[in-house]
Design a protein around this ligand. Structure first.
Ligand SMILES: C[S@@+](CC[C@H](N)C(=O)[O-])C[C@H]1O[C@@H](n2cnc3c(N)ncnc32)[C@H](O)[C@@H]1O
Length: 220
């Protein structure tokens, strides 16, 4: 099992609290849901949550895939009615052309170009024609501007739109930015106003300088 999966196995019991029960996590979760609500409007779609973890976003999907048995165990308790596939994201036990949309959050940022490409290939295989994959990734342009230095694998990978366009099997359909300012560090009373301003800037011509990019790719 990979170092990453071991890490999440150990973290599983405290993941939800540790990552999302604080003002930063709540803001990210709120913004991701705002975008997913916009993109996932067809209730008849077959949606798969890739690297579903403890099932934070599984309300949007009917199938969860994850390589960590401990993370899946928690997700299964929250969503006993969903289907779970425990295994690697580059070897999903599903038929060709069987899924309408894949969502994958807080996952690709922990990988590298080679592994991400393998997973995109596998996603392409299981997606129906014109199927979509929607994912988040840290912004490479912002990181270059701020002189980001990676310490280990955790959240170390980033992309920009040009690098994503190089993938010839998917085309970019829609893009969003997320978290322009470190809103969670501002006093609570001004956050409401700042969220609106942040959302505006993160989706303006400065989009690629947001902390995270949310990308919707369509299968060619
Ligand atoms: C940061 S968590 C994200 C969980 C969830 N998507 C979320 O947004 O809260 C990353 C997840 O990726 C899973 N993972 C890591 N490598 C994987 C792989 N090769 N195949 C499938 N899942 C993997 C881990 O087990 C972990 O549950």
């Amino acid at each position: 099992m990979s170092e990453i999966v071991n890490y999440y196995n150990d973290l599983a019991s405290t993941y939800d609290q540790d990552r999302f029960d604080n003002s930063y996590g709540r803001f990210i979760d709120y913004q991701e849901r705002r975008i997913l609500d916009k993109l996932l409007t067809d209730k008849k779609e077959q949606i798969l949550d890739l690297a579903c973890g403890t099932g934070r976003l599984l309300n949007y999907a009917s199938i969860g895939v994850d390589a960590s048995p401990e993370m899946i165990e928690i997700a299964r308790k929250k969503f006993p009615e969903k289907k779970f596939l425990e295994g690697e994201a580059d070897r999903i036990i599903l038929e060709n052309n069987s899924i309408d949309t894949i969502i994958s959050f807080h996952f690709f940022m922990h990988l590298d170009q080679k592994n991400m490409n393998l997973i995109l290939e596998e996603s392409h295989r299981i997606l129906k024609n014109n199927g979509r994959i929607i994912f988040d990734i840290p912004s490479r342009k912002r990181r270059n501007l701020l002189g980001f230095k990676k310490e280990n694998w955790h959240g170390a990978y980033s992309l920009d739109f040009d690098a994503i366009k190089e993938n010839s099997t998917f085309k970019i359909k829609r893009t969003f930015g997320l978290l322009f300012f470190p809103i969670h560090r501002f006093p609570k009373f001004c956050r409401k106003f700042l969220i609106k301003f942040d959302t505006f800037l993160a989706n303006s011509f400065l989009k690629e300088y947001s902390s995270y990019l949310i990308i919707e790719l369509e299968k060619r």
